[in-house]
Design a protein around this ligand. Structure first.
Ligand code: SF4
Ligand code: SF4
Length: 243
């Protein structure tokens, strides 16, 4: 029933609430304990953190990560869209030109790369707006949540802290793009790993680079560019052969 209102003096109203009757009236003083009593009989949930870590939900918003392409080039192009989207002003980005790197090396496909990238975890509220804004899927969020630190400076994570580690076969940057490709082929996922020209470039410029594969003893392994149609045609050929 809606509260009744009646004017008392001009411009003032008295609110009359409906009165509880019978059993409701008798239980009214202890009604607030209903939630307490109902919770007493539920199973107890006590997480033994940090001795036992409970896995987060898969889409939990944890620490950020700057991703790479399969040949090791960085996906971040230093466009600053993530910084502009951030409501807490927690991201700082400075872009630079790949053309300014020596001998045709690249940090990322295309013209620009993120030279400076910082996230201030004293400000971040883990809303995820930055990863929504990123045009290259360079920035994503992991499930890692142990981000406390003893100093304020340490809570500002730099690019090297956020970059995804190099996976097997990836080459450390800088190095040239796969010959004959543009950033479009990279965005479309048509580059499956480093090719011989990139390995040779790194061998020439950084012979001690630990990400270099061992010197080939026989013919170089075939590294191919994956095209969206090649998978389908391979599947069609296999189906044809099976008939
Ligand atoms: S998660 Fe939200 S607050 Fe944190 S850096 Fe991204 S946009 Fe900013
Ligand atoms: S992380 Fe994404 S949005 Fe942010 S600067 Fe790099 S490419 Fe741009």
């Amino acid at each position: 029933m809606a509260d009744e209102q009646k004017p008392t003096r001009p411009g003032e109203y008295e609110v009359r609430r409906p009165q509880a009757k019978g059993l409701r009236e008798a239980l009214a003083p202890v009604a607030g304990f209903g939630v307490t009593f109902s919770s007493m009989f539920r199973p107890t949930v006590t997480e033994q953190y940090p001795r036992q870590k409970v896995p987060t939900k898969r889409r939990y918003h944890g620490r950020h990560q700057l991703n790479r392409y399969p040949d090791g080039l960085e996906k971040c192009i230093g466009c600053e869209l993530c910084a502009w989207a951030c409501p807490a002003d927690a991201i700082y980005v400075e872009g630079a030109d790949n053309a300014d790197l020596p001998d045709g090396g690249h940090m990322s496909p295309g013209e620009r790369y993120g030279r400076v990238y910082q996230i201030n975890y004293l400000r971040c509220i883990f809303c995820g707006l930055c990863i929504e804004a990123c045009p290259t899927r360079a920035l994503t969020m992991t499930n890692e949540y142990e981000l406390a630190g003893p100093t304020r400076e340490g809570m500002i994570w730099e690019k090297q802290d956020l970059l995804a580690p190099l996976q097997e076969r990836m080459l450390a940057t800088p190095h040239p793009m796969v010959p004959g490709t543009s950033d479009t082929e990279y965005y479309r996922g048509e580059v499956s790993g480093p090719v011989a020209e990139q390995v040779e470039w790194v061998r020439e410029h950084r012979p001690d680079d630990p990400t270099l594969p061992p010197e080939p003893t026989g013919p170089p392994p075939e590294v191919r560019r994956v095209t969206p149609t090649s998978g389908r045609s391979a599947g069609a050929s296999a189906r044809k052969a099976a008939r």
